[in-house]
Design a protein around this ligand. Sequence first.
Ligand code: MSK
Length: 645
Amino acid sequence: SNAPRVVEPKNPLRTTDPGTIEMMKVAQENKLETVFDRFVAQQPQCGFGYKGICCRICLAGPCRVKADDGPASKGICGATAYTIVSRNLVRMIAGGAASHSEHARHVLHTAHELAEGKTKDYEIKSPEKLHKLAEKLGIETLNRDDMEILGDVAELAYEDFGRYKDRPAAFLDSFLIEQRRNKFRNTNIMPRSIDGTVTELMAQTAQGVDADPVNIIFGGLKGALSDLVGEYIGTNLSDVLFGIPEPIVSEANLGVIDEKMVNIAVHGHNPVLSEMVVGAARELKAEAQKVGAEGVNIVGICCTGNELLMREGVYLATSSASQEMAILTGVLDAMVVDIQCIYPSVQQLADCYHTKIITTEAIMKIPSAQHLAFNSETAMEDAKKLVRTAIEAYKRRDPKKISLSSERNSLVAGFSIEALTDIFGKINPERPFSVLTDAILSGQIKGVVQMAGCNNLKRQQDESHVAILKELVKNDVFVVATGCSAGAFAKMGLMNSEAVDQYAGEGLKSFIRQLEEANPQLATKLPLVFHIGSCVDNSRGMDLLQLMAKELGVDTPKVPFAASAPEAMHEKAVAIGSYCVSMGIPTHVGTMPYLEGSDLIYGIATQIAHDVFGGNFIFEVDEKIAAQKLLNALEYRSWKLRIHK
Ligand code: MSK
């Protein structure tokens, strides 16, 4: 049938997050519309769109593939289902690559302005990372000033956005092991530049251009790799400017919004402004106290939250599907948003409360929200204006509308590659990642899974993230997580040491305890699942994969490493999943992308990709079966490694 696969909820609230459940009741009592209501109102969603067989690329359409043969089996121009599905899919990848890269572009502009001496409010927090990055990129560091080095790194990153010369993007080429580099060059998917690749994809998939589904999909994979270029720029320059994450203790869920404080949620993805807001909040504590609050409490939502949690230990209030719930507490004084994953509906809810919604980026405005054009030259001044707006709003709280959440859980985050290197290095300083690969070869753990991606209400919020994680750790898988997947674990109390005792299998438990014993200097015990950052920090997972490959002396498709996005939603998730497959990773997705309208494209994604790149998509909505497929993939790879040892 054409009907999209929507999983019927086990509870009518479509969420399993206890903090969100508390606030959903507030929404229902007060007849406030939320994303959960709108999801239900959209059912049934369009079956043609769901299968990817609706073409809206030119004004002769929309065309739909309505029959198996004859004129109705094609668009007016003659485009068949496989052409339409592949064009639609890679246009989503182009959207994802553009988004991640826009995030990276902003961090890059800030780094460049700092190097040029045009901003006084930022600094190079990690000269060590800058030097390592420059060396990796082939930039001279000896006897040079850090600002000069940063300037050269920034220039090269700018080239990666707009290069015309036939040279691969430096922020990918320099980060790849030789076998992957050769694979991407030989299959002609190594991008030269981000902007060029995204533009080329739009041109390739325009009406009357490429009709060959294989060629279109290879174009899409190049687009996905240009997304990874953007992620490498974003992650690395953020580490240089704001510091390399280290293990840090914090708390998550809506209970971190504190009635006694002026509460500001920073939401979106970009740390450039939000890092300043954290500083401004510390400086303006006295002003908050003058209006009767104890201070200013910054809480994070989505990946801006993950960025600040990783580096500053800022509380994580909630993740994407439950962003509106923060407003329903009645004590959120301002929500400062940057880009991506921000529901326009936050303003509609804020209209019923005292909360100020403030947009800060030129490309992201919401009707009737306040806009403050954030500028890195006046960063701290701008951040203080935002904090003062929240302090003003605090005075207008309505006590009758306060409904606090009691849900908050402790967590440990901050596991950059450098932090993992230190932790493993305490056992083997010469070859830190052999600690991980030896544990796999000995059978103590089964492998590594990177859990990523969003919330998508086609699933009950967070249920799939949690169910798959529990299955994996019970079976001794070492799990790293990013984005709203990490957010789900943090909110549910699964990102701490107690969860290791409760959910880890014996092998994983002994592995984690062994790491703890070797690292008595850590101020905290280790968690069940290791938070490696925001969406752009999925690049850290690609580093981990390649460090393991180097240690094992094999190409990435032989590494017992898999990925899972149980509730993928954003175009960025489509781009991430696609580059994961290109990197040789078995990649599970629990919400179907729009490709079931073509058996050929489905086959390319799930099987043919494996023949070419060693990775493939696993589309599976059942959590138990999905976890089993991931375990099978890991076990097959470790078995092969063992017999070839
Ligand atoms: S915020 S892209 S819903 S992970 Fe990065 Fe979450 Fe997905 Fe947005």
